[in-house]
Design a protein around this ligand. Structure first.
Ligand code: UT7
Length: 356
């Protein structure tokens, strides 16, 4: 077995800045509410019709490749994590491959649907491939274009104000130094509460999971013996059922339990302590969540990277964007112990320990 490392990282966020005040012009919300509850001041939105999840992913990927000292054509395998794909299918992995102009290599492309934990899940898969010697250069991307699928009426305010667009990428390669690189990854899931944070329609569920909803919903499906109108019905469109929903407080309570748990699990396996962590990169879900984790782990302010204030919650992109920002700011140095952690829809949660 080899050890794998992050050989290059990059991120891209779109130019357009959307402030809390901008949102308060289209829905009943305030800068004060958003900052107090989430820490978010502003987020970025991609340029509609000119940018997509896969095109932003490609921009981040190019930077990651350059920093890893490889051409995109040298990538052996692509892993793309997103919950806001360009198409229902095919996935963003192949679209980004085309965008990067590397279809000739016919490198495999895998899409990951693990929402906020997507990047760490993707990293873990890349780690296995590189450790085993299957692939030399694996490109791991987390990207989201949330702004195309949010409810900008007051009805959607509890979700919409939180999310932003962006992309982060990393090239995973074999580490020359056995003691450096990805030490471990821990992945978990519990589908019991799948609907507590979900984007249900369009989908092929046909109302099947109704028992798991707090209230019965009439999706407006035609009679069961008719064809068509499976993914989306006129009623869903008319009544705004085609947006993400979240039971915020429920998610919050689980997040502050599962984050420290999965971080400690990884540390314990490696015989390390919380005090060994040089930099914690938590998924940027809510500044209050990050602060609670920081307190629980006894970390200082300069040991936890937060950028939700500027970018909001970019789901699968949030961990690689934050990691890249911290690295660019010179806050991650050779030999540092970097911990990545995430919790989100599924529920899925995960951590990774990297000796940089
Ligand atoms: O990344 C994936 C994982 N996601 C998370 O980890 C998110 C976890 N949850 C959270 O971050 C928080 O629960 C939220 C930020 C989503 C919400 O904060 P909260 O303190 O839990 O607020 P709440 O949902 O309990 O709502 C409190 C009040 C409600 O009004 P009433 O019923 O008290 O009159 C909401 O209707 O705030 C209202 N509200 C808003 N008011 C102004 C909800 N959204 C907004 C808004 N602006 N945008």
């Amino acid at each position: 077995m080899y050890r794998s490392k992050i050989a290059g990282i990059g991120y891209y966020v779109p130019e357009r800045v959307v402030t809390n005040d901008d949102l308060s012009k289209v829905m009943d919300t305030t800068d004060e509410w958003i900052q107090e509850r989430t820490g978010i001041r502003e987020r970025r939105y991609g340029q509609k019709h000119h940018e997509t999840t896969s095109s932003m992913g490609a921009k981040a990927a190019r930077i990651a490749c350059e920093r890893a000292g490889i051409e995109p054509s040298e990538i052996d395998f692509i892993i793309f994590a997103t919950l806001s794909p360009d198409y229902y299918f095919p996935g963003c992995g192949v679209l980004m491959q085309r965008e990067l102009g590397i279809t000739e290599s016919e490198a495999g492309a895998l899409d990951i649907r693990n929402q906020c934990s997507g990047f760490i899940y993707a990293l873990s898969i890349a780690d296995q491939f590189v450790k085993c010697g299957t692939y030399k250069n694996v490109l791991v991307v987390g990207a989201e274009m949330h702004s195309m699928g949010l409810d900008f009426s007051t009805r959607g305010r509890n979700v919409t104000v939180i999310f932003g667009d962006g992309a982060g990428a990393a090239v995973i390669q074999r580490s020359e130094n056995e003691s450096r690189g990805i030490l471990t990854t821990k992945l978990h899931a519990d589908g019991t509460y799948a609907e507590k944070l979900a984007f249900i329609n369009p989908g092929a569920h046909g109302g099947y999971h109704m028992d798991h909803l707090d209230e019965k919903v009439d999706y407006g499906y035609p009679p069961a013996d008719t064809y068509g109108e499976i993914f989306i019905t006129p009623k869903m469109m008319e009544e705004g059922m085609t947006y993400p929903n979240m039971e915020g407080q429920f998610v919050f309570k689980l997040a502050v339990t599962k984050f420290p748990e999965v971080i400690r699990e990884a540390l314990q396996e490696q015989g390390l302590q919380t005090s060994d962590i040089s930099m914690l990169i938590p998924h940027q879900a809510n500044l209050r969540i990050s602060q609670m984790i920081q307190r629980q782990l006894g970390l200082k302010d300069d040991q936890v990277w937060n950028n939700i204030q500027k970018f909001g919650n970019t789901t699968a992109a949030s961990v690689p964007i934050a990691l890249c920002e911290a690295w660019e700011a010179g806050k991650i140095k050779e030999g540092d112990l970097v911990c990545l952690a995430a919790f989100g829809s599924g529920f899925t949660w995960a951590s990774a320990l990297i000796r940089w």
